[in-house]
Structure formats: structure tokens, C-alpha cells
Design a protein around this ligand. Structure first.
Ligand SMILES: Nc1ncnc2c1ncn2[C@@H]1O[C@H](COP(=O)(O)OP(=O)(O)OP(=O)(O)O)[C@@H](O)[C@H]1O
Length: 290
């Protein structure tokens, strides 16, 4: 069964799927104002997968929630294909870390079909046909009629991912979707996600605090500074550096560790020697470095 056309297809030379422009995000609490994210700007082009990487509390989830439309910006603008984001919309699908994001009273197919009806306006028959197809694509073909409480955590995440991809949103927003899984399941699902992204050409914003996951999944990695979150550095990840165990992957992983942990990393070389190694590699470029 064919894909639905992605939503908000960009006009040639038009604005990118996502533009975050000088965005600051603050929370008002009883104890005062918390600035979670400060003056962050970036864009995501069609088919790009941007991994937002940073330590706990640096504002990754806050930023993702603002892109989803759950939070208003304190200043700056978030644009989807040029249009300002003011509220949640069916052109953005979010996959959360939590296993309880499915509707418990609907089956696997029912969860996916419900999203297709709501977001794409499909009729019942077509939405269920597509939903069963998507359940099969994520390895849940035999569980299409199962209810969420009968599934493992990994199976629930597979269903949430299928639901998000099925809708073919303008952008997929993923907030540490594999963080609560065991290490083996996490690795397998990262690979499967990568395959789905490459097959569908999905545009993604992927939040993680794991360097290896960011490098494996992302075509670009934005490293955020600790609280309040700002953009510390940006890395392009060429295909050769995406595979764990390769020299390019190891070098880029080390370089990002050095940036995040600095002198605390025992095996870290001096910044100058790391820079020299970076320069020796033609495609591992730091494209932004504030
Ligand atoms: N609802 C809220 N009210 C007040 N402060 C909040 C709220 N949510 C988050 N914060 C604060 O905003 C900052 C950023 O939090 P956020 O959850 O976005 O970070 P994160 O990088 O996603 O962290 P983690 O990786 O641990 O999930 C933190 O200082 C946090 O305490």
C-alpha cells in the first residue's frame, strides 16, 4: 500500500519544514521565572533528521514541546513551512518516551487508524487498511487487534512510531522514544527507525541525551549547552560516520564528548589536537560553533 503524500509539501525554494528563530522559552513558577531555552535558532530541511543532544535539564523537551505547539514562545518565532506555530496541529506527530501514550481502549490498528482519521480525514475502511499495513511494517502484524495493556514496552513504542509515520506529518517529533527500553531493544529500534526514515524521507526532530543515538539517527546533531539551553555546536553526520564501530563514528563521538564534558574526560586530547583531527577528515565538519 502506498504512502500518503507528506503534509505541507514545500514549494521548491520555499521556506524549510521547520525554522526556529531566536526562540526563548520561560516557565513561570511560584519560585520565579525559569529560563529553559535562550535565543535558539536552527532550521530543518526536508528529509533531514536533526538530533537535539544535551545534558538533562538543558531544555530539549521544552523546545520540542514548543515546536509541537504545546508551549508558547516567550520570544522568537517557530515556523512550519513558513507559517507561525500557534497551537498543536495534525501536521506534527509526537512520539514520547512514556509507554502510556496509546489510547488504551483502542487496539494497535485502532490507535493508528484513529490518527489517520483525525489527521488525514480518511474513512474508516481505508484508515484500518492502512493501519494494519503499518502495524505489519513495524513488526506488529500479528498484534493488530491487541490492546496496549497486552503489549511490551517496545511493542507500544513500535505502535506509537507506526501511528506517527502513518500520518506522514510535515515533521516527526521524537522525545527520547527509546530511553525507557533495554539496551538491545533500543539498538534494534534505532536501526528500524533509521530504515523507516530513509524509506519515507521523513523530516524529524529527535531529542536524546545519548551521543551514540544522536549520531546513529541524526543527519545533523545540535549540541545544547547546560541550563539555560543554547546551541553550543552543530555537527553534520555523513553516512560514513553513522555506523557504530567505524573510525568516523568513534572520532565524532569522542569530539562531541569532549565538547560536552571538556577536561573531565580522561582520554580527551587537547582541543587543538582534536581540531587537527577534525580538519583531517573532509566531511566531519563543525558547521556552527558559538
Ligand atoms: N513545567 C515546568 N515548570 C517549570 N519549569 C520547568 C517545567 N518543565 C521543565 N522545566 C525546567 O526547564 C528546564 C528544562 O527542562 P527540560 O525538561 O526541557 O530539559 P531536558 O533537556 O528535556 O531534560 P531531560 O533530558 O532530563 O528530559 C529545567 O530546568 C526544568 O526544571
Amino acid at each position: 500500500m502506498g504512502w500518503l503524500p507528506p503534509q505541507n509539501q514545500p514549494a521548491a525554494g520555499g521556506p524549510p519544514p521547520l525554522a526556529v528563530e531566536h526562540v526563548t522559552l520561560r516557565y513561570q513558577t511560584d519560585a520565579g521565572t525559569v529560563t529553559a531555552v535562550e535565543d535558539v535558532s536552527f532550521t530543518i530541511g526536508a528529509g533531514e533528521r536533526l538530533a537535539l543532544l544535551g545534558p538533562s535539564g538543558c531544555g530539549k523537551s521544552t523546545l520540542l514541546r514548543a515546536v509541537a505547539g504545546f508551549l508558547k514562545t516567550s520570544s522568537g518565532e517557530i515556523r512550519l513551512h513558513g507559517a507561525p506555530v500557534r497551537a498543536p496541529g495534525p501536521d506534527r506527530m509526537v512520539v514520547f518516551q512514556e509507554f502510556d501514550q496509546l489510547l488504551p481502549w483502542r487496539t494497535v490498528a485502532g490507535n493508528i487508524a484513529f490518527a489517520l482519521r483525525r489527521a488525514r480525514g480518511l474513512g474508516r475502511a481505508e484508515s484500518f487498511e492502512r493501519a494494519r499495513d503499518w502495524a505489519g511494517r513495524v513488526g506488529l502484524g500479528g498484534f493488530a487487534d491487541a490492546y496496549p495493556h497486552t503489549l511490551s514496552g517496545g511493542m507500544k513504542q513500535r505502535c506509537a512510531i507506526a501511528r506517527a509515520f502513518a500520518v506522514q506529518p510535515a515533521i516527526l517529533l521524537m522525545d527520547e522514544p527509546f530511553a525507557a527500553l533495554d539496551a538491545l531493544s533500543r539498538r534494534r529500534m534505532q536501526d528500524e527507525l533509521l530504515d523507516l526514515c530513509e524509506e519515507t524521507g521523513a523530516t524529524c526532530l529527535f531529542v536524546t541525551h545519548a551521543i551514540d543515538e544522536a549520531l546513529h539517527v541524526g543527519t545533523r546533531v545540535l549540541v545544547m549547552t547546560p541550563h539555560p539551553g543554547r546551541i553550543g555546536a552543530e555537527y553534520s553526520v555523513p553516512d560514513a560516520a553513522r555506523q557504530r564501530g567505524t573510525p568516523d563514528f568513534g572520532r565524532l563521538e569522542m569530539e562531541i564528548q569532549q565538547r560536552i564534558f571538556g577536561a573531565a574526560l580522561p582520554e580527551a586530547k587537547s582541543a587543538a589536537s582534536l581540531a587537527a583531527r577534525t580538519d583531517a577528515r573532509p566531511r566531519l565538519e563543525v558547521t556552527h560553533n558559538v
